[in-house]
Write a protein that binds this ligand. Sequence first.
Ligand code: GLN
Length: 304
Amino acid sequence: MKVATNKIKDIVKLYHTELKEVYTPGEIDAILNAAFNHYLGYNRIDLDLRGEENLNQSDLLKLYKCCEALKTGKPVQYILNEAWFYNLKFYVNEHVLIPRPETEELVEMIIKDLRNPAPSPLGRAGGEVALLDIGTGSGCIAVSIKENIRGCTVSACDISKDALFVAKKNAEDKKLRVNFFEADVLSSEAFLKKAEDKFDVIVSNPPYIKRSEKNSLNKNVTDHEPHLALFVGEEDEIIFYKKIIDLCKELLKPQGLLYFELNPLTANDVKNYALKSNLFSSAELIKDMSGNVRFLRAIKYPPL
Ligand code: GLN
């Protein structure tokens, strides 16, 4: 690996040559933008216009090292320790999943619902909505909702202490108040004790990939992202969804909303389980931008 000169255009060239086995040219451009933004504060246009400028030795070295790490397949978000989600910058490390665009769609849907006074709990609760994010990971869902709906009381939990550390940092960095707690959703009794309150909105993007689907995933996902956050056991692949639906009996207020991000392969099973629970007056499946069935929104029955 060798850079011809200190010129920006030569480091751009280096990335394209060195990474062509791992990424498409479009992906390499996106990576270059992220790296130049992180190390030098450049935006896209700077990168196009300043090709002839020379980098100082220290910046050159940082960009060179980043390229070396990228060659191993390590995602750029883990190298830079940052990921953008819903127009916010999140700290990420290998203990949390890199937030995905599908999850941004989920957040967008929740924010829209909460801002629309008619069917949302916001209208009912006089502006005070309590929301719980189960399996918060980097905190991307909880933090971006709190950022956009300040009147919302946001709680978030995870089974992983390391993930909670990251999520707390993300809330603190943005000076947002989120109540974090450590809990395992599979141990229902203990979970209920820890959650204490009842919620108007419950949201979760739990692990939903079967180990047998592992080979269909990109290697830079399976080699670098936390398996605890990605995979569910073979025995019951919708176990997390079932447990959360069961918990809604106690945890979700009447007319409260439940949102899930789903695996298209098991989306119907989750919907059927929700309907069979007799807790919800409606449960609908919603497609993502790529046309895959990706989300569930269910509304709990009103009080008797
Ligand atoms: N809630 C986090 C996210 O959506 C983490 C999800 C997970 O770890 N399964 O990115």
